[in-house]
Design a binder for this molecule. Sequence first.
Ligand SMILES: Nc1ncnc2c1ncn2[C@@H]1O[C@H](COP(=O)(O)OP(=O)(O)OP(=O)(O)O)[C@@H](O)[C@H]1O
Ligand SMILES: [Mg+2]
Length: 260
Amino acid sequence: MLAGTSNNKLVVEVKEMTTRFGDKLVHDRINLNVCRGEILAIVGGSGSGKSTLLREMVMLQKPTSGSVRVLGEDATGLADAPALALRRRIGVLFQYGALFGGLTVLQNVAAPLREHTQLSHALIDEIAMMKLRLTGLSPDTGALFPSQLSGGMRKRAALSRAIALDPELLFLDEPTSGLDPVTADALDELVLQLKASLGLTIVIVTHDIDSLWRVADRAVLLGDSCILAAGTVAEIVQSKDSRIISFFQGPRGRAARGIV
Ligand SMILES: Nc1ncnc2c1ncn2[C@@H]1O[C@H](COP(=O)(O)OP(=O)(O)OP(=O)(O)O)[C@@H](O)[C@H]1O
Ligand SMILES: [Mg+2]
């Protein structure tokens, strides 16, 4: 099949993907798809390989074997120029935020536009300001430095930067980590709004079971180097597999449902 002609509904296709770091087997021939327009959540315990999987889907890391197709292209075998073109169509919010501390918020959001487009400075600033507004930040925030923002504002600024280039596909690694429940709820709401208003497909890595219930159309649970379960959250929680039960019924799962 020619590049780009595979099932147009599938925006990410991971096939038989194995990842090893030395002796450590992180993913053992895993398979998963992301469908256009959905929010797919990747969940699993710490160290189960969620961020690594995300890094492989955004071409920052190569799997040991297997294939990853993103927006119809073979993401594991692209030369530099087509890889850059593909990366332009993808937005990423990394686990540890990573705003540039020496740049203002507006300059942070403008950075991908400066890197990937030839637009004028005035137009770039205008687009960056619009992205700030889309994520609920006031224009005044643009002049601040990341160190002057609260945790929730920093996540919003990072989200503004991730959507700067109008991506079709957005990857979010733990967007609500470190936020209080009210701020985390507001961020979940924002993710849902962005999906609805921009028609985005979103892959979200999360530890937050509350957030999982609220935003995910579908989820995959990683564990023991495999995908332990895939489906809607309501389907997954029906499982009798003790590893899945312990993930959802453990103290964090109970706390998320207000049981303890
Ligand atoms: N570049 C690397 N070199 C060696 N080992 C790595 C590398 N990146 C990740 N690992 C290992 O792979 C495993 C999975 O890491 P990963 O960061 O993907 O987990 P995670 O599910 O995102 O965890 P967390 O929930 O804590 O963020 C861990 O054991 C980690 O130490
Ligand atoms: Mg991680």
